[in-house]
Design a protein around this ligand. Structure first.
Ligand code: SF4
Length: 376
């Protein structure tokens, strides 16, 4: 496995004594590491980035401490009532990503000009402990892959190890890593109580090749999933974003067959489906960064729920129905759901909304007692 590549690494004075700082100093050449000073223009810079600044933000790493509250709600749960979301909680232990997908929403979301890793994970764990004490029977689901890939920088932080061990104390909680990397070897020796799900966003090889630059190839992601399964971790797949291209039916059929060949439906916790969506304001940056020779930058998109650009509703429903029928024809036991979709699309695709589907109801049940921990 090759190390994530950075041209420059800055370390805050407050982060110097952390395990992550020690590990970074042991893994990367001293010439590219500097102490972060308060007058560093790049680290202080905030606001929208040009395409070149965004590219550079992926090559510059800043080890710092997070000053706010770590524990947040999934954006879908707080943004728009129109979206049917899965009551999911997010824990951000850094921001930016060392991979490079053409559709990545971070292109319109981030305003820091560097990749950050927060070194005060102990504070995050203390917040979680407080929640555990306040709501001992609440079955929280916590994901770490909102504004940073859960695992692509994990060989630097080794945070997966701490989190798995922490969650082992709360067997009715679920920890979810979400990744497009194949970096799992660093935690496979940690015993899980079965409440850590490692999940992969997957796409057919043609889409990975065209749109998901610097990510693990499909066969590498599936091989990593097999390793996790063998070690007792739950696994899940997000076929998301499904991307229209001329051969989409053949390619998504092959993907469904590959999943069916490699995994038993009962071993895969869930398969979520989503279609391409992004904020209109990132279209310009996407075109500047990836040109028009991309299924994403050249797609015909329409403004829809959450003000995002999406395929039109009929195409979304066609893609969902196609994939659901394909998976179910291979094995009716596959547990499939739609993420960040409207009730209308659920009904078109499944003829039901999630609360009417016993196997999915627990994912969507509101958790009213945890409101005080929500982000505003
Ligand atoms: S792996 Fe995820 S976070 Fe990273 S570039 Fe791709 S979409 Fe963005």
């Amino acid at each position: 496995m090759s190390l994530p590549s950075f041209e420059r690494i800055y370390i805050d004075e407050a982060s110097e004594g952390s395990d992550v700082a020690a590990r970074v100093r042991s893994l990367y050449p001293a010439e590219i590491i500097s102490v972060a000073t308060s007058d560093n223009d790049l680290l202080n810079r905030k606001g929208p980035m040009s395409a070149e600044e965004f590219n550079r933000s992926k090559r510059t790493l800043w080890l710092t401490t997070f000053k706010g509250q770590f524990f947040k709600r999934c954006p879908g749960a707080t943004q728009k009532k129109a979206l049917t979301c899965c009551n999911y909680h997010v824990l951000n232990l850094g921001s930016q990503c060392n991979m490079n997908c053409s559709y990545c929403y971070l292109q319109s979301y981030l305003n820091s000009h560097v990749t950050k890793i927060f070194t005060n994970i102990d504070q995050a764990l203390a917040e979680l402990k407080e929640m555990a004490e306040s709501f001992p029977s609440q079955p929280f689901r916590v994901g770490t892959g909102e504004v940073i890939d859960s695992l692509s920088l994990d060989e630097i932080t080794l945070y997966s190890r701490k989190l798995i061990e922490f969650f082992n104390q709360y067997p009715n909680w679920m920890l979810e890593f979400k990744t497009k990397s194949a970096k799992v070897d660093q935690f496979l020796d940690v015993t899980t109580k079965g409440n850590t799900t490692v999940s992969w966003s997957i796409n057919p090889p043609a889409v990975i090749e065209s749109e998901e630059h610097g990510t693990a190839r499909l066969h590498e992601r599936l091989a990593a999933a097999e390793k996790c399964l063998q070690k007792g971790f739950k696994i899940a797949f997000h076929i998301d974003p499904m991307i229209w291209h001329p051969e989409w039916k053949e390619n998504y059929t092959s993907l469904a067959e590959e999943l069916n060949k490699k995994f038993r439906a009962e071993d895969v916790h869930i398969i979520s489906l989503g279609t391409l969506r992004f904020q209109p304001e990132q279209r310009h940056m996407m075109r500047e960064r990836f040109g028009m020779n991309s299924y994403v930058t050249s797609a015909e998109m329409f403004k829809g729920e959450g003000d995002k650009l999406r395929y039109d509703a009929a195409l979304r429903a066609e893609m969902f129905q196609f994939m659901i029928q394909k998976m179910k024809s291979l094995n009716p036991k596959w547990n499939i759901f739609l993420c960040m979709e409207t009730p209308e699309t659920w009904i078109q695709s499944f003829e039901k909304i999630p609360m009417q589907m016993p196997e999915l109801r627990s994912f969507f049940k509101p958790l009213p007692q945890v409101r005080e921990f929500q982000n505003s």
